[in-house]
Design a protein around this ligand. Structure first.
Ligand code: IMP
Ligand code: MG
Length: 178
């Protein structure tokens, strides 16, 4: 791990909370049918929990599952391959699936996940991310619901990590390398 600090807040707690509410309004407006929400672990856990609490306002009752995919390890550059570490257990045949991830970067994670779930018989697969880095796409993929667009910095907090650290921060902070 390189010497760094995480002092600069990019998106504060209140801004995240406000955006979570409007994202759920956008999701509910699509009137999903047999909804299964799948969180990509580990990065999505905090975002997913906040999104789901807000589903209550719209009387939405999704089934919930998790898919654990490989991460960067101690690096800040995506390795280019996405590996399934732990699979979902829900039957998603005929379901409207909403995949939730922390950040859309190269697009590989969500492109691969969407293809996998469609092959397994999902009726539709939509995606929701808290953050997206526009500049960095390696594959042609756009999220259906996206919280904030950010520049190409490495960020942590609210589920996002650097070498599995800082996931507990209640805000999004920039990692400044020294
Ligand atoms: P993609 O497959 O390149 O789109 O990568 C998405 C995954 O990379 C996310 O789920 C994150 O785990 C990780 N990631 C991408 N950018 C960042 C970042 O700035 N901070 C922490 N994790 C990141
Ligand atoms: Mg990660």
């Amino acid at each position: 791990m390189r010497a760094h600090d995480v002092k600069e807040i990019l998106i504060d707690k209140a801004a995240i909370a406000a955006r979570v509410e409007t994202l759920v309004d956008e999701i509910a407006a699509t009137e999903p049918d047999s909804l299964v929400v799948i969180g990509i672990l580990k990065g999505s856990f905090m975002f997913l929990a906040d999104l789901l609490r807000s589903f209550h306002r719209h009387n939405l009752h999704p089934r919930i599952d998790f898919l654990t995919l490989s991460s960067y390890g101690a690096d800040t550059v995506s390795s280019g391959t996405v590996e399934i570490i732990h699979d979902i257990g829900e039957n998603i045949v005929g379901a409207d699936v909403l995949v939730v991830d922390d950040i859309l970067d190269t697009g590989r994670t969500l492109a691969m996940t969407k293809q996998l779930l469609l092959e397994r018989g999902a009726k539709s697969v939509h995606s929701c991310v808290l953050l997206e880095k526009k500049a960095h796409r390696a594959v042609d993929f756009e999220a259906d619901f996206s919280g904030f667009e950010i520049d190409n910095h490495f960020v942590v907090g609210y589920g996002l990590d650097y070498d599995n650290l800082y996931r507990e921060l209640p805000h999004i902070a920039k990692v400044a390398f020294k």
